[in-house]
Every structure is written in C-alpha cells, then in structure tokens.
Write a protein of this length. Structure first.
Length: 457
C-alpha cells in the first residue's frame, strides 16, 4: 500500500475526509490520528505486573493432577521432604513453575511466576501408612511424566487408586495386631506369660482401632484408652496368673501405637530443613507419649484395688532362638498393618532382619546410639540398592525396617520413670531416646549420600 502526505482537510493520496467534521474544534479525523499498534508490548517497555496479568494461567489438568497426587501421597504417610520433592519433580516435567510447602496437616501449592502466584491450600487429615497405594501413585506419576497418559486421565486414576478397597480384611489385620504384640514381648525380653498378655492386649486395641476408625471424635482418645487397657491387663494377669514383667507386657501390647516412627520421621524432616513440619510432628509424638504414659499410669492402679497375692519368682527369659522366630513374625505383621503387597513381604523381612541384626551388632561393638546408626545405614543402603534394581520406591522396605529400630519403647520407659518420680532415670532415658532418633536419621541420610535413591519416594 502506498503512503502519501497529509494535506489540508486530512487528505491522503486516494482518500479524503469531509472538511466540516475535522475543522470543528476538538475533533480529529480518524485518518488524521496516528496509527495505533496492535502488537503486544515488548518486555523492555511493559511493566512486570502487566506481563504477569497477561500471562496465560497454568494448565488446568496438569495443576489438578499435581494437587490430587500430593493430597493422596500426604494422606498415606509421605514425609514432607519426600512429598515436596516428588510434587516439584512432577511439576517440572509437566512444564509448571510451582512451589510447595507441606505440614503434617496441610499442603500449600503455588503455581506461576512470583509476581502472579495462584495458590491452593489443601487441608489433609493424616491417614494410615499404605505402602501399596504409595507404589501405585509413584507408578502413576511416572506414567504421566513420560507421557504414557495425560494429566487429566492421571487425576482420574488417582481417585481410582484411593477408592480401591483394602487389600487385607479386618480378620487378618486383627491377627497381625495380636502377632505384633506377642512378638514384641519376646524381642523386649519377655517370656510366655508376657507374650500372651501382650498379644491379647494388642488384639483388644486393634478391635478398638477398627471400631473407631470412622469416628474422629472417639479415634482421638484411642491412645490413652489403649494404654489404660494394656496396663490393666498386665496387672490383672500378674494377679491371677502369677508374677510377670508388667512393664514388658504393657509396652509390647502398645507396640503398634508407640510414636517411635513419628519421632524418627520428625527428626529426619528437621535434618532436611523442613523445620515447621518436623517440629509439628515432634510435638505430636511428644503428646502421644504423654497420653500413653497417663493411660498406663491410670491402668496400673487396677492391681492396687485387688487383694495381694503371694509373690513368686519372675518367669525365665526365653532362649535366643525364639527371638529369630519373633523377628520373622513381626516383619509379617508390620507388612500387613502397613498394607504392603504380598510380593514385597520377602523383601520387607530381609530388610528388617538386616536392620535389626546390624543394630544389635553395632550395639555390642559401639553402644546403643551408634548401633542404631549402623542399623539405619544398612537399611538405607540396602533399600536404595533394591529400589534401583526393582525400579520401585525405597519407602517399601525403609518404613517397615525402621519399625524394628525406632526408639518408641525407650521413650515409653522414660515417661514411666518420670511418673514413678525417678527423675534422673527418666531424663537419662529420654535423652537416650533422642540420641537414638538422631542416629536413625543420620544413618538414613548417610545411606542416601552413599547410595543415592533413583526415586524421590
């Protein structure tokens, strides 16, 4: 198109406007106006706020998938450092600019550039550890990242995984509650009486857990009520069945509810700079210890109202060979209670045996604290190597193996000493508990440095 010079009356070559219109004051002919560019402003000319406002929103299906995946992982026991790492990895692979912040009861997720964040808050009620669902969610994340399925379909699959019925029915779960208590009594140095009382106490607590699982108001008092029952059963058994180690029977009956794993995860989160999540989880573990201690102190008073019985010798400790059987049984019970797949039971038992054996050997050579470090180090290296070989998350074997090393029993003994006014012994045992927790966290972190995991989980 040729361009001409503007003449009087707004005349251009081949184009003329009516003089009466633009000769009036305040009027400017459209053809006399300077041309307006319809191109977007260059980044050097436009302010950042305008660019952020004009930026397209994050893709909806990708954001929905990341949020639903994070919610599901959090709900089934994923620690903060692993949860944030996996959500960040998935977001980067899907082309999202995202930031995540996790606490034990919530997830904050922000998408977009810093000057134009779109933030979501998800309130999460912590659930039970479910190793099978964690594996399925990890496989689903890999499928979405590698483009085998779309993010929108992946979000639908997350809901399908959460809607799956439990693999193990109530009868098998109750059996494993009983087996966990009975095997813990043997591992704590008890005899046949302690094993029977602990198994019965743990079975009763398992029934209460199943009955109150869908009632949040009653589920919150499970720990103190369970401690009352376990201590009361131990006192009644000592009265009617003869002398026994009441502390061992009480402690083993509460083995599933002891927050030793929570304490270890809390220390690990603090060590990985997730300070808010770690301190919150640490506070929760301390509160559960106090609830259990209060309930045990209350339940132990049952024996005082009964008429005194003649005191006899305490039962002898079972031979060492029974501890090996108890270790295998405990591994099976933990695998079922954590809802692991049957094909993972053998690996879980192997990891638990390596962790327990390494901790015992380390205790004999280096002391209890460094013994826990050796056990966690062997567990972490073996689990990471197995995860690389099988292309599965290392959490499958790390969490069940840690259950045999966690310092929950030490913390309970510390609280029992404090309730008996033995302050020096109580403080000393509590300090030992913290050292064991730190040793376990240090062992896992060292294992990740020696044998880096291929997956975040």
């Amino acid at each position: 198109m040729s361009t001409g010079t503007w003449g009087h009356g707004g005349e251009q070559e081949g184009l003329r406007c009516a003089p009466a219109l633009f000769d009036s004051p305040g009027w400017l002919c459209a053809c006399a106006r300077p041309p307006v560019s319809t191109r977007p402003l260059d980044s050097a000319e436009a302010p950042p706020e305008l660019l952020a406002a004009l930026a397209p929103p994050p893709p909806g299906p990708a954001v929905a998938f990341v949020l639903r995946l994070g919610h599901a992982l959090h709900q089934h026991g994923t620690p903060a450092h692993r949860l944030e790492g996996l959500m960040q990895r998935v977001s980067e692979r899907l082309g999202l600019e995202a930031r995540f912040f996790s606490t034990p009861t919530s997830i904050f997720a922000s998408f977009g550039p810093p000057e134009d964040l779109r933030t979501s808050l998800i309130r999460v009620e912590p659930g039970n550890m479910d190793l099978e669902r964690l594996i399925l969610l990890d496989v689903l994340a890999d499928d979405v990242i590698q483009g085998r399925i779309t993010p929108s379909l992946g979000a639908t699959h997350v809901e399908a995984i959460l809607a799956r019925p439990p693999r193990y029915g109530p009868a098998l779960q109750l059996l494993c509650w009983m087996l966990a208590g009975a095997s813990a009594a043997i591992l704590f140095g008890g005899g046949w009486k302690e094993m029977g009382v602990a198994g019965f106490s743990s079975l009763t607590i398992g029934l209460l857990d199943l009955a109150t699982r869908k009632q949040p108001t009653t589920a919150r008092v499970l720990e103190p009520v369970a401690a009352v029952l376990s201590a009361a059963f131990a006192g009644l058994a000592a009265h009617f069945l003869g002398p026994l180690h009441g502390e061992v029977a009480t402690l083993a009956g509460l083995i599933v509810l002891l927050p030793g794993l929570t304490l270890t995860i809390a220390v690990n989160e603090v060590a990985t700079r997730n300070l808010i999540s770690g301190t919150s989880r640490l506070t929760h573990a301390a509160l559960v210890f106090l609830q259990l201690g209060f309930g045990a102190a209350l339940g132990s008073r049952v024996a005082t109202v009964l008429p005194p019985m003649p005191v006899g010798p305490l039962p002898a400790v079972l031979p060492t060979s029974t501890a090996v059987v108890a270790l295998v049984v405990a591994g099976f019970a933990i695998a079922v209670l954590f809802r692991a797949r049957p094909q993972d039971w053998g690996w879980i038992a192997l990891a638990g045996a390596a962790a327990f054996g390494g901790a015992r050997l380390g205790t004999l050579l280096l002391g209890p604290q460094l013994g826990a470090f050796v056990g966690a180090l062997l567990l972490g290296i073996g689990s990471n190597a197995l995860a690389r070989l099988r292309n599965r998350p290392s959490v499958t074997t790390v969490v069940p193996g840690l259950m045999l090393l966690v310092p929950g029993s030490v913390g309970f003994r510390s609280l029992a000493s404090l309730l008996e006014r033995d302050v020096v012994a109580g403080v000393d045992t509590a300090f030992s508990m913290l050292l064991v927790a730190v040793a376990l966290a240090a062992g896992l972190l060292s294992a990740n440095a020696i044998m880096p995991p291929r997956k975040v989980l």
